[in-house]
Design a binder for this molecule. Structure first.
Ligand SMILES: [Zn+2]
Length: 319
């Protein structure tokens, strides 16, 4: 996975690297990103930027490599075990008074800081308020609900927003041979990389892709609705909608003779069956169903609205 390219495109990184360049880096930065599994990987990019001598970071020098393997003497990652406990913070506070061993700064990294209890957070406050010279804290959290206002007021907050689908595809395409499957996986993962990888590695997304293609090619009348409806359930409904939405946008692109090749095979044949009006109607319909599903969580209603909506659109906007 090409993490660097992904992170370097974020506003959070632009601000952070700009601050480094101008010598205005805050001693405590809170990086908020809802991907708990990849948080540490993302934080390493910021830590390397902070410590490496290159303008942003080289990702190649001894320091960068040691940070990646969490073995650089002047960068300490917490939690020591599964989650941050008071003992970790005691250790951090104690070590923050020691001089850096290798370079000119010391960095403490807290991963999944949202799990810290109030006692740990209170212990951290003094270090945040009066950090020992050349000491930096990079605090990563998936959300800020559990963080005390006193802590939040002492850090510079940077948010990593959900990534764009195209950027995730670029970052993962070297590791994922099946581009169609990757695109479907990303389309149903809400801009979250760990989710995209999980969907790509599972078999379900391929099944959903086939199901959606069958719905678009084989569903002829309301008699077929019961059959397809039985294949959709609360586990796969979100993915069915996500893949349908991607298929519809690729069909629309195909209709407009866009040169980018679709990853769905036989897309031209499917595009032949639908008019642009029908496709635009589907696209709007799918968005509406996704919104309703978000509020009422009823998979059956969503599935029926999708299937009947497709039939309705197909005939209403037929040639
Ligand atoms: Zn480097």
């Amino acid at each position: 996975m090409n993490v660097n390219s992904l992170i370097k495109k974020t506003k959070a990184y632009e601000i952070f690297s700009g601050d480094k360049k101008n010598g205005t880096l805050s001693h405590a930065t809170l990086i908020v990103c809802d991907d708990s599994e990849l948080l540490e990987t993302y934080l390493k990019v910021f830590v390397k930027t902070l410590v490496c001598d290159s303008e942003t970071f080289c990702d190649n020098c001894r320091v960068c490599r040691l940070i990646d393997s969490k073995q650089y003497e002047d960068v300490k990652f917490y939690p020591e075990n599964a989650k941050i406990v008071t003992k970790d913070i005691d250790d951090l506070v104690e070590k923050s008074y020691l001089k850096p061993l290798e370079g000119d700064k010391k960095v403490f990294v807290l991963v999944n800081a949202q799990e810290m209890n109030a006692q740990s957070q209170n212990k951290l406050l003094k270090t945040l308020e009066e950090p020992p010279k050349n000491t930096y804290l990079i605090i990563g959290a998936t959300s800020t609900y559990t963080l005390l206002p006193t802590l939040l007021s002492r850090v510079k907050r940077l948010d990593i927003l959900p990534f764009l689908d195209g950027d995730i595809i670029d970052a993962l395409s070297d590791d994922c041979d099946d581009l169609t499957k990757l695109k479907s996986a990303v389309a149903v993962s809400g801009g979250k990389v760990s989710e995209s990888i999980k969907k790509y590695q599972g078999e379900e997304i391929k099944e959903v892709e086939n199901l959606v293609l069958n719905i678009f090619t084989k569903m002829k009348s309301s008699k077929d609705v019961a059959f397809f409806s039985s294949k959709i359930n609360k586990e796969n409904i979100k993915d069915v909608l996500g893949v349908s939405s991607r298929l519809v946008s690729e069909l629309l692109r195909c209709k407009s003779n866009c040169v980018t090749k679709s990853t769905f095979t036989n897309i031209e044949a499917i595009a032949d069956v639908y008019t642009v009006g029908a496709l635009l109607h589907f696209s709007e319909k799918i968005r509406e169903i996704e919104k309703n599903l978000y509020f009422n969580g009823n998979a059956q209603v969503a599935s029926d609205s999708l299937l009947f909506g497709l039939l309705e659109g197909k005939y209403k906007w037929s040639k």
